[in-house]
Ligand binder design. Sequence first.
Ligand code: APR
Ligand code: PHB
Length: 390
Amino acid sequence: MRTQVVIIGSGPSGLLLGQMLHLAGIDAVILDRVSKDYILGRVRAGVLEEGMVAMLERAKAATRLHQEGLPHDGFSLAFDGRDHRIDLHHLTGGKRVMVYGQTEVTRDLMEAREAAGCQTIYDATNVQPHDFDGQTPYVTYEKDGVTHRIDCDFIAGCDGFHGSSRKAVPQAAIKEFEKIYPFGWLGILAEVPPVSHELIYANHPRGFALCSMRSTTRSRYYVQCPLDDKVEDWSDDRFWDEIRRRLPAHHAEAMVTGPSFEKSIAPLRSFVTEPMRFGRLFLAGDAAHIVPPTGAKGLNLAASDIFYLSEGLIEFYKDKSTAGIDAYSARALSRVWKAVRFSWWMTTMMHRFPDTGDFGQRIQEAELDYLVGSVAASTALAENYVGLPY
Ligand code: APR
Ligand code: PHB
């Protein structure tokens, strides 16, 4: 088989790229090692920057997002027993974010792709990129015991942190930067109305807590927990007790509790690969970088990567110019590092570290107090939260 671009990974990065290429008349095949249902069963974050919403509009996959997404003009930083609202809309001159789950983004992009008749091969195992340092790259994979080969012009590695694309690059050609945080997030989904109509990020001596939502009837809540905790250690009752202790009293009292239908623990990591291009192989999204979820930048970075990559590839096919693909890695990384910095900063400010101590706790409190009391500091937070320009 032959196509113009092989996209490895059918997550938000791969699907968004597939859609942008299709709309520009460029053929692509997407390969994923798991099934469509498995992908749609994954629970991830759900705060979209305006740049990402604009990308989904351009991808013609934003109809349901505009019907069901919840526009948010602000969020709350809770500490010292009180809420401090960050007025995103006011501080950024009219910007806002959209609360809409990543699973729904993925579903909408899959439906757009199916409606367009584009090819996705699920349950493809042993997917391997080859010869991307030359002019004639190809990808091999196995399906139902048979090995297949797809020849192409370019390979897009959109296969997430654990994918095979990054691993195919020779060690000497790649530099990786990593920071592991000494705690995890225990997250639950429950069919209960959110405690507040806006998100609450709470700093508390017992640890961080986040109140988010998927809709007006479905809540997504998190508490910081030790890395070695197991989900089985956390009954629903224990979770509800803990999150209420970390919130200001009026929220704790108002919180509606109920059985969780999803509960998982995720480690927190910052990770960046440089560069993001190796000959005719491009890395995008989680394959190239990971941020801790504080600030919800992971999905949004996937969208900005795909903005730069799709522009570069479209320019190559339309104008026979390599300028866009040559600039891809530097353009993407410049924005990636700013989001990595922001996510690290917000994580550091909001969590209790094992060595925080009383001094560290006071420094955090002073930083938070400064942040909510200074228009300059609040504006910097708001500007990053709604998303830096592409
Ligand atoms: N071969 C083929 N497909 C693979 C392989 C492989 N070896 N390894 C992983 N995949 C697939 C996964 O099954 C998954 O569907 O690649 C896809 C990667 O999707 P994501 O992990 O969702 O990564 P990405 O599309 O870059 O999305 C960006 O935003 O909120 C964040 O981390 C969150 O997933 C999120 C991300
Ligand atoms: C979520 O809704 O899952 C979510 C929201 C905001 C974050 C992280 C996760 O910063």
